[in-house]
Design a protein around this ligand. Structure first.
Ligand SMILES: [Zn+2]
Length: 149
């Protein structure tokens, strides 16, 4: 059967699905850069491959999609009506992986920040980003402001 999507559309869709260079993450990167933070991206050697690493502050940042990472009590997380059980299992596995990676990172002395896509929506963006820079500089340890499960 012929694929209805053009090659371009398909690779765009795939990049969205893989979650690399999605818009919310770029927003966070641009903000951090403008504030003088220097970072590394997609640190493959670290548990959970954090999206952004601030080596100077021993801080890692995950920018999580509310759906894929199962953000509880969030309007961005609604299980699909078909294959519900399959999705639920899939997302639960992702959540378990997230918790495990964060534990490993903390044990290794990393400050872990999780930002949800919904915290970067227009009405919340400024507050979130402002909080983020404070979080990375001032509160090097136990910065739980962004860990909202
Ligand atoms: Zn959310």
């Amino acid at each position: 059967m012929a694929d209805v999507h053009s090659k371009e559309t398909r690779s765009y869709n795939m990049s969205m699905i893989r979650g690399k260079n999605t818009k919310p993450e770029i927003m966070v990167r641009k903000y951090l850069f403008s504030k003088g933070f220097r970072y590394r991206l997609n640190a493959k050697e670290l548990p959970g491959k954090p999206d952004i690493v601030l080596p100077k502050y021993k801080t890692v940042i995950f920018v999580n999609g509310c759906f894929w990472h199962g953000h509880e009590a969030c309007s961005g997380f609604v299980l699909p009506k078909s294959n519900t059980e399959w999705w639920e299992n899939k997302i639960n596995r992702t959540k378990e992986r997230d918790v495990k990676s964060q534990e490993l990172l903390k044990e290794a002395g990393w400050n872990v920040i999780v930002i949800w896509d919904c915290q970067l929506k227009k009405d919340k963006r400024d507050e979130t980003l402002f909080g983020l820079s404070n979080c990375a500089i001032v509160v090097l340890f136990n910065c739980n402001f962004f860990i909202m499960y």
